[in-house]
Structures are given as C-alpha cells and as structure tokens.
Design a protein around this ligand. Sequence first.
Ligand code: FE2
Ligand code: FE2
Length: 182
Amino acid sequence: MDYKSFVEERFKDHPKRLRHTLGVYKRAIELGKIYGADLEVLKVASLLHDVTKHESDDYHIKMIDDEKILSSYPKPMWHAYSAAKLAEELGIKNKKIIEAINYHIFGKIDMEIETMILCVSDFSEENRTFVEANEVYEVSLKNIKEAYLLVIESTLNHLKKQGIEPVKEQKEVYRYYKEGRR
Ligand SMILES: [Fe+2]
Ligand SMILES: [Fe+2]
C-alpha cells in the first residue's frame, strides 16, 4: 500500500498536519540512516503516526480497546493508540511499526530504536517552531538517547507549566532512560 498517498488523502483538509507528517518522515529517515535503523519501519510508522489525529472522541473510543488509556490518558494522547489500531486494520503486522506508532508520544521502557527515532523526529521535524526543536535535532545527530531525554524533559516541563500531571508511564519511562542511560 502507498501510505504516502493514503495520508495525503486523509489529510486533504489538514495541510498543516500533512506538512508535519512529511516532516517527521523526512527526519525519521535521516536519523534512521545514522543509527542503522529499519528504514521501511520508520517510513510506514512516521507516515501513519498521526493519521487519526483529527478524528472524533467517539472514533477513538471505538478504536481503542484498552480501558486504561481511555480512562487515564488525556484525550490528546488517544490518537497514538487509535492510529496503531488503524495500522493493524490496514494489515500491518510488523511489531516494530505498531510499537513506534503506539508509543510515539513518549516512548516505552525497552523500546526499539525506531520508536525512539519517531519520538525524536515528531518533536524536532523541520516545521516545528519552538526553540527546543532545533536543539533536539542537533543532539539527535550525535546521540539519539540524549535527544530523546531532552524531548521528554521538555514535554514534562511544558505539562508542569500548564499544571497538567503527566501520566504514570511517562514518568516511569523517563526515569528508566535517565537513570539507566539505556
Ligand atoms: Fe502524535
Ligand atoms: Fe506528530
């Protein structure tokens, strides 16, 4: 399946989302080459990572069968899980692709390199305008784990400023990589 055409069609009324998606794709391939990651996994995962972003709450509720996500994760995070489900429905069986889409927001403990690259690319693709994006990009060219930690630190700071409590898994995965430097 041509996933690029699929997202172009899906985002025909959301040009910014399409631009972001193609930016993530470009960044993910660039980093994937540096770190010897699976480029086919990165291609499909980056193109599909936000594919359900503009769907309704009802759509996400219908797609996500994990009650914990629906009850304890903020709604803006739901799209990652519904997008992974949609990918499965499209016939994608590669576990690395599904993991990368599922966990693209903050990663997971013992994640695949492709998942980490997608997290970093999502944050630092060329259309991102916040100052940390470029810093993360510069670091990502040398050390993907350091770049990933910067992404999570920046996200946690952002949540703190807004008075939003991060989800438990977000703090756990950060601690795991920060302390273990895995
Ligand atoms: Fe996303
Ligand atoms: Fe994204």
